[in-house]
Design a protein around this ligand. Structure first.
Ligand SMILES: [Zn+2]
Length: 128
C-alpha cells in the first residue's frame, strides 16, 4: 500500500483513498501527479510551519527532485532548527548528493547543525 498525503490538510492517507478521510478533499489522479511539485513550491512558503511540514513529507516520500531545493533552502535559511530538519529529510531521501551534503554539514559553524549531522552519520553507519 502506498503512503500518501492529502494535498489540502497534509494528513497521511492511503493511495486508495479517493477522498481525504480527514478533510474531504477530492484526491484525483491529477492532484497526485502535482503533489510533489506543490510540496517543493511549499518550501518557499512564508509560514515556517508549512515549510517544515513540506520538508518532512518530502523526506518521507524520498523525493529525488527535492534534494536540490532542500539544499538551497538550507543554505538560504538562518533557522538552525529548520536546517536540522532538512538534514533529516536528506538522510531519508538517501541519494549520494544528499549524503555528501550531510557530511559537509559536519563542518557547519552552527553547533546544533553539526551535532545533527554527527547523529545522522552515527545512525547511518556504513551507509553514509
Ligand atoms: Zn485532507
Amino acid at each position: 500500500m502506498i503512503t500518501f498525503f492529502c494535498p489540502r490538510c497534509w494528513k497521511e492517507i492511503t493511495g486508495d483513498d479517493k477522498k481525504c478521510p480527514y478533510c474531504g478533499a477530492d484526491i484525483t489522479e491529477h492532484e497526485r501527479k502535482g503533489f510533489e511539485d506543490k510540496l517543493i513550491n511549499a518550501l518557499r512558503h512564508p509560514e515556517q510551519e508549512t515549510v517544515q511540514r513540506a520538508v518532512w513529507i518530502l523526506g518521507r516520500l524520498k523525493s529525488d527532485r527535492a534534494v536540490k531545493p532542500l539544499i538551497r533552502l538550507f543554505e538560504q535559511s538562518d533557522n538552525p532548527y529548520l536546517k536540522r530538519e532538512i538534514l533529516d529529510a536528506l538522510y531519508e531521501i538517501g541519494l549520494p548528493e544528499a549524503m555528501d551534503f550531510i557530511v559537509k554539514s559536519l563542518r557547519s559553524e552552527i553547533s546544533i547543525v553539526r551535532k545533527k549531522a554527527e547523529e545522522i552519520i552515527k545512525r547511518g553507519g556504513n551507509n553514509v
